[in-house]
Design a protein around this ligand. Sequence first.
Ligand SMILES: Cc1cc2nc3c(=O)[nH]c(=O)nc-3n(C[C@H](O)[C@H](O)[C@H](O)COP(=O)(O)O)c2cc1C
Length: 248
Amino acid sequence: MNQTIETILNHRSIRKFKDEALTKEQIHTIVKAAQQASTSSNVMAYTIIGITDNALKEELYKVSGHSHVKNNAHLYMFCGDLHRIYQLANADEKVTIADNLESTEQFIVATIDATLAAQNAALAAESMGLGICYIGSLRNDINRVNELLELPEHVIPLFGLVVGYPDHQPDIKPRLPLEAIYHENKYSPFHEQQKHIEAYDNEMKQYYETRSSNTKIDTWSDQMLRKFSEPTRMDVTPFVKQKGFNKK
Ligand SMILES: Cc1cc2nc3c(=O)[nH]c(=O)nc-3n(C[C@H](O)[C@H](O)[C@H](O)COP(=O)(O)O)c2cc1C
């Protein structure tokens, strides 16, 4: 196994960081790595905002409710961004450009571009001995984050990425068996996946019962059913459309 694969397979989210800053060079290396990810037609439909202002971090923490949003060495915000392209157009072209930019396809492009960049950033950080955690809970109040970051039309906040020197070493969380996730030539019907899901539920039950902190009795299936039995962040749909994404 090479070192890159080792780094990837060693991933666990880190939620406690040492009080140790990153250098500007580290912060920029992580962004450079993000930028080198593949990007649909080289559009680069994303922007990364580094949060260096502690008062702003505090406000973002209030949205997420997760202490690691304020206690970290650096917080990167990943945004889907079609604003840059829109601004290239002159006044006459803007109507047509906006019409084309506001499709579901371009919303998907921006989301994929931002996510690929973020995962490159995450891996770069982990390869440097740093820990990371993605922060989707910033969408608990997407309008507030939009306001705090002063995002223009055609820019939406997607998620944060916190980075820093790990101050704990959580157990690696098992994943679904390969057979449930990887199908060949056609989609494997659910009944063929079922036994793998059951095996995973048993593995996760064991994992939750025996992990080094925050033990509990739970399975993946139960967790998923609980999670999706409640509406989540229903304000995201109108927000995204109002910002000029996914309108047609
Ligand atoms: C897009 C995204 C958003 C996430 N949001 C949060 C979050 O708000 N807070 C948090 O503590 N973890 C968050 N996570 C981390 C996941 O809970 C974690 O990746 C998952 O449980 C698997 O655990 P692992 O990363 O330790 O392997 C997020 C992960 C992703 C990919």
